[in-house]
Design a protein around this ligand. Structure first.
Ligand SMILES: C[S@@+](CC[C@H](N)C(=O)[O-])C[C@H]1O[C@@H](n2cnc3c(N)ncnc32)[C@H](O)[C@@H]1O
Length: 301
């Protein structure tokens, strides 16, 4: 079915061309149920650019000069919903079990570096939440080892000799700009309890700014999960509420890539409505108190 809206008409063939282009570029798959959203957003871009033919617009999208417009279109197609401390049961599993085990194992090996990637980080609430939880866990671990002898004052957010890196990436430049700024309003802060507000945010009028020490360990960058190049040696990958917009073939490809760029025994955390079931047998599921995570299985020998 095609629909004429404000004089701009998109035929079924044109819609298919668009679906394919978007899928090839970023993995997002607009099936019949979501086709109206794709059509609406493209029509919006056509109006904004004052273009009257889909053909001209498509030619632009596939040309080298149209790269910027293609990114803008993709940005218009993403769903950026997110919040601090989203999916509490899973974060509890992450905080109390995964981080605890990871820190102890690294400590025993004399390794002092932790790297956690937030893939599809939207406006930053997810990686900042991770940073707060890691800082908490390391301080707690330090308190249990009084012999560790941290003497500097004020105490650093990340106790020495630990080094924490939280790369955070997204395909949308506008969400990355907001994430980098790290300033949130009352509504955004609804899920952040008093303790965390006090320790990790500065009040700026009616809003809250993430403290510099937290911002220093989170590094935002543009990254498209469709590409073959993925940052390596991650202890944990959070990729929550992103895969659900991909089709099954793309989900399988992404899980293969995640497997390769996790450290041995590393963990993958996906969204509440997402699952690895039937997609791969390279991860073992961990389930505790309604929280789910997946652990990379190591090949024998
Ligand atoms: C619904 S938000 C999820 C944010 C956060 N992970 C959470 O669960 O709260 C999905 C994010 O994935 C990003 N995204 C979609 N496709 C992507 C791709 N191919 N590569 C990187 N990021 C992508 C979108 O721009 C969006 O910000």
């Amino acid at each position: 079915m095609s629909s004429p809206v404000l004089g701009i008409h998109l035929s079924d063939t044109e819609m298919r061309l668009l679906q394919t282009l978007v899928y090839q570029e970023c993995g997002m798959y607009f099936d019949a149920r979501r086709a109206h959203f794709l059509r609406d957003r493209v029509q919006r871009r056509l109006r904004e650019r004052r273009m009257e033919s889909f053909y001209g617009y498509y030619q632009l999208l596939i040309s080298a000069q149209g790269r910027q417009e293609l990114l803008l279109l993709l940005e218009n197609l993403t769903v950026n919903e997110t919040s601090f401390f989203r999916n509490k049961p899973q974060l509890e599993l992450f905080h109390k079990h995964i981080l605890h085990d990871l820190i102890s194992a690294k400590q025993n090996r004399g390794e002092w570096q932790i790297r956690i990637w937030s893939a599809g980080c939207s406006t930053g609430q997810e990686p900042y939440t991770i940073a707060m939880l890691v800082a908490d866990a390391l301080v707690y671990q330090q308190l249990r080892r009084p012999s560790s002898g941290e003497t500097s004052w004020p105490k650093p957010l990340i106790p020495s000799p630990w080094r924490v890196e939280i790369p955070a990436s997204d395909i949308s430049y506008s969400v990355l700009r907001a994430a980098q700024e790290g300033i949130y309003n009352q509504q955004h802060m609804a899920s952040v309890d008093y303790n965390y507000r006090l320790r990790y945010f500065d009040r700026v009028g009616e809003r809250y700014a993430v403290k510099k020490a937290i911002k220093e360990i989170v590094h935002f960058d543009f990254h498209n999960l469709k590409t073959e190049f993925l940052p390596r040696a991650n202890d944990v990958i959070f990729c929550r509420n992103v895969m659900m917009y991909f089709d099954e073939a793309e989900q399988r490809r992404l899980l293969e890539k995640f497997y390769r760029c996790l450290a041995p025994g590393g963990y993958l955390l996906v969204g509440h409505a997402e699952s690895l079931l039937g997609l791969t047998d390279k991860f073992a599921m961990i389930f505790r108190n309604s929280g789910t995570a997946y652990r990379r299985i190591e090949e024998a020998g």
